[in-house]
Design a protein around this ligand. Structure first.
Ligand SMILES: [Fe+2]
Length: 398
């Protein structure tokens, strides 16, 4: 097993947050220049035309905070990557009695560069970010087979979906387990959902909560000291329970959903008792968002415009983080990495049973020192541990 696996297994005691989600209205931007108020109704056109994004898609992303790209990635990755998924889990695709858990995250063995994996989705991602020059060169530039599978269950399939409205889900969040979150943080600039199976209605597609974006941005604005993972961030999406505008991902295999990194989302129940399989990579930018662009600062990206729109602003010159930016080892990786040894053992046993050499296993963990060095960098496993919050060693449930 790779030597970057966390050695400590006890979850640290998390200190209680000093942030209280009172539901009270924040005193919002009372000292801000009057001319910076105004709601973006339409996207601000870029200086240079988009390479792939249509005007309608730009407007959809601005208004809703997400975009669906049909056929966003290549079918060949579904064909090549899924067979090993079943071997890695020890579950039998044809025998639902072997599906021991309702919800399952697995680790990352195979990988493909974004441009090769999902050229159609990637070209739109680049446009939404304001050009490739703004995207981090290393972090999460490769897509992996770290699947998230929502199996449902026999019991779940007998329930009435209407009895579980999205407002009842307590797990709305944005993916921010590895950095101090500020209004202008672009570390998880996007959360991507690549759909490896069809996802029908009530089939466990991710819930997206569009009208909670405003509250998230207001809370981040009100806390320029930044919110730390687990300690402070739970307040960020709590107001989703009072929201009304929810969309559940429905898709054909090969479709991609692109979510603004601040868009609250959570899993939904799968009432169809089939294996709903997705991956959930991210896009990281090189620099924080610039929410006060002037002459010579380039165009506002659509990612920035979503934040401005949520706050009813055309720029936010008075916003400045008041504590250092902090970046840590990704806390939620630990429970997936703990599965790698078992998965490799099953893959080796499978190849042996078929008289095939181990070299037919495509896994970064068997790729040697150089491959592992790159893999560690791409996934932030070289960052320091945040000892105040520990590591997440339990997979969350459906
Ligand atoms: Fe998430």
């Amino acid at each position: 097993m790779a030597n970057f696996q966390p050695q400590w297994t006890n979850k640290a005691v998390v200190k209680p947050s000093s942030i209280v989600d009172s539901g009270a209205k924040f005193s919002f931007a009372k000292d801000a220049p009057g001319e910076t108020f105004g709601k973006l109704e339409k996207p601000i056109p870029p200086s240079n035309p988009y390479t792939s994004l249509t005007d309608d898609e730009a407007e959809h992303f601005l208004v809703h905070g997400w975009l669906k790209v049909e056929g966003g990635f290549h079918q060949k990755y579904i064909d090549e990557w899924l067979p090993d998924f079943w071997i890695r889990t020890g579950y039998d695709e044809q025998d639902k009695t072997t599906w021991k858990e309702e919800y399952l995250h697995v680790a990352h063995h195979r990988q493909a560069r974004n441009e090769e994996f999902c050229p159609k989705a990637w070209s739109k991602i680049v446009d939404l970010c304001g050009g490739e020059k703004r995207i981090h060169e290393t972090r999460e530039r490769w897509i992996g087979d770290n699947f998230i599978v929502n199996f449902g269950s026999e019991a779940r399939s007998k329930e009435d979906p209407a009895s579980h409205p999205p407002q009842d889900k307590s797990g709305f969040h944005s993916d921010n387990d590895w950095y101090r979150s500020f209004l202008d943080s672009s570390s998880t600039a996007m959360t991507i959902v690549h759909c490896f199976t069809d996802i029908p209605k009530n089939g466990g597609g991710t819930w997206l909560c569009e009208d909670s974006m405003k509250g998230v941005c207001e809370k981040l604005y009100a806390h320029p000291e930044g919110l730390d993972p687990v300690i402070d961030t739970p307040v960020l999406c709590k107001h989703a329970k009072d929201c009304h505008n929810f969309t559940a991902v429905e898709a054909k295999a090969g479709d991609t959903f692109i979510l603004h990194g601040l868009l609250p989302h959570t899993n939904s129940f799968n009432y169809k008792h089939y294996a709903r399989i997705i991956t959930n990579p991210h896009v990281t930018l090189k620099e924080p968002y610039n929410l006060n662009r002037g002459r010579g600062d380039g165009d506002y990206s659509l990612l920035e415009q979503v934040i401005l729109r949520a706050l009813g602003r055309t720029s936010i010159p008075e916003y400045h983080p008041t504590r250092p930016r902090m970046f840590w080892y990704p806390r939620n990786s630990a429970f997936k990495l703990n599965k790698v040894d078992d998965e490799l053992a099953r893959l080796k046993a499978d190849r042996a049973s078929r008289g095939m050499p181990e070299t037919t296993i495509d896994s970064v963990y068997l790729g040697g020192e150089e491959v592992m060095k790159d893999f560690i960098k791409r996934n932030g496993y070289d960052l320091p541990f945040n000892k105040d919050i520990g590591l997440e060693l339990r997979q969350h449930v459906a």
